[in-house]
Design a protein around this ligand. Structure first.
Ligand code: PGA
Length: 255
C-alpha cells in the first residue's frame, strides 16, 4: 500500500545544465515506468534547483532541497529558508543527513527545528537517521535511532508523520561501498516502524515511507527493497549517472 520512493541525493555535484541533461536522460530510460510503480525525487544543489524544477515540469519527478535553515528569513549569510526553497519550486527537503550532522554540526535539536520549518512552509521533510560504526560496535544502534527519531520528530502530528519520509542511513555505509546487510537493514527499519506506531499510532505510522540509504546500487537494491519495512532508497553516488539511478528505480516495477 506504500508506493516506493527513490531519492537521488546529488550532494555537491551538478550544474543547472547538467541537471537538465540528467532529467532528460532519466525520462527516456524510465519511460515505461508508471507513477504507481514508484515516486522519484531528485535533490540537486541549491544553485540547480530552479533549472531542475523547470526541466521536471510535466514529469513525475519531484525536486528536493538538501538542507534548509530553520529561521524564516533574516541576517543568516549563506543560508536558505524553507520558504525560499518552496518558492524555487522544491516540494521536499532532506533534513539531518549524516554529512550535515558530522561535518556541519547539525544536532537533533536543529533537525527538529528544521522539520517544523519545512512543515510550516509546506515542504515534505526527508528526515535522515543512522548510527556510526562506533555506535553499532558498542551495540547502541537502536538507542541512537530512538534518540534521533524522538528528538527530530518531536511536535509532529500524525498526519505529518504519514506524509513525511524517513531515511535510515547507517553512517558507515554512506559512500563506502559497504551497504547494510538485509538483516541489519531489516532490523533497523522494523524498529523505526515500531517506534512510529508507538508514538504516532498505527494508521499514520504505516503510511510513512522509510527509505534505506548507504551504498545503494543496482546490484543490491532488489534484496533491500524486498524487506517489509524498506519503502525505497536514498541514493548518493549511484544517482549521479542517470542510467544507474534508472536501473535502481526500475527494480520496483519488476518486484
Ligand atoms: P551513497 O550516499 O549512496 O553514496 O552511499 C547515500 C547518502 O548519503 O544519502
Amino acid at each position: 500500500m506504500r508506493i516506493p520512493v527513490f531519492a537521488a541525493n546529488w550532494k555537491m555535484h551538478k550544474t543547472g545544465l547538467e541537471a537538465v541533461a540528467w532529467i532528460r536522460e532519466f525520462a527516456v530510460a524510465t519511460k515505461n515506468l508508471s507513477a504507481a510503480d514508484a515516486e522519484v525525487i531528485i535533490a540537486p544543489p541549491f544553485t540547480a534547483i530552479a533549472a531542475a524544477v523547470e526541466a521536471t515540469r510535466g514529469a513525475t519527478l519531484a525536486v528536493a532541497g538538501q538542507n534548509l535553515h530553520f529561521e524564516r528569513q533574516g541576517a543568516f549569510t549563506g543560508e536558505v529558508s524553507a520558504a525560499l526553497l518552496k518558492a524555487a519550486g522544491a516540494d521536499l527537503v532532506i533534513i539531518g543527513h549524516s554529512e550535515r550532522r558530522r561535518i556541519f554540526g547539525e544536532t537533533d535539536e536543529s533537525v527538529q527545528r528544521k522539520v517544523t520549518a519545512a512543515h510550516t512552509a509546506g515542504l515534505v521533510p526527508i528526515v535522515c537517521v543512522g548510527e556510526t560504526l562506533d555506535e553499532r560496535e558498542r551495540g547502541e544502534t537502536l538507542a541512537v535511532l530512538d534518540r534521533q527519531l524522538k528528538a527530530g520528530l518531536d511536535g509532529c502530528s500524525g498526519d505529518q508523520i504519514a506524509a513525511l519520509i524517513l531515511a535510515y542511513e547507517p553512517v558507515w555505509a554512506i559512500g563506502t561501498g559497504k551497504n547494510a546487510t538485509a538483516t541489519e537493514a531489516g532490523e533497523a527499519h522494523a524498529h523505526l516502524r515500531r517506534r512510529l506506531r508507538e508514538w504516532f499510532g498505527g494508521t499514520h505510522a504505516d503510511r510513512c515511507r522509510i527509505l534505506y540509504g548507504g551504498s545503494v546500487k543496482p546490484e543490491n537494491i532488489k534484496e533491500l527493497i524486498g524487506l517489509e519495512d524498506v519503502d525505497g532508497a536514498l541514493v548518493g553516488g549511484a544517482s549521479l549517472e542517470s542510467s544507474t539511478f534508472a536501473a535502481i528505480v526500475s527494480v520496483s516495477a519488476t518486484l
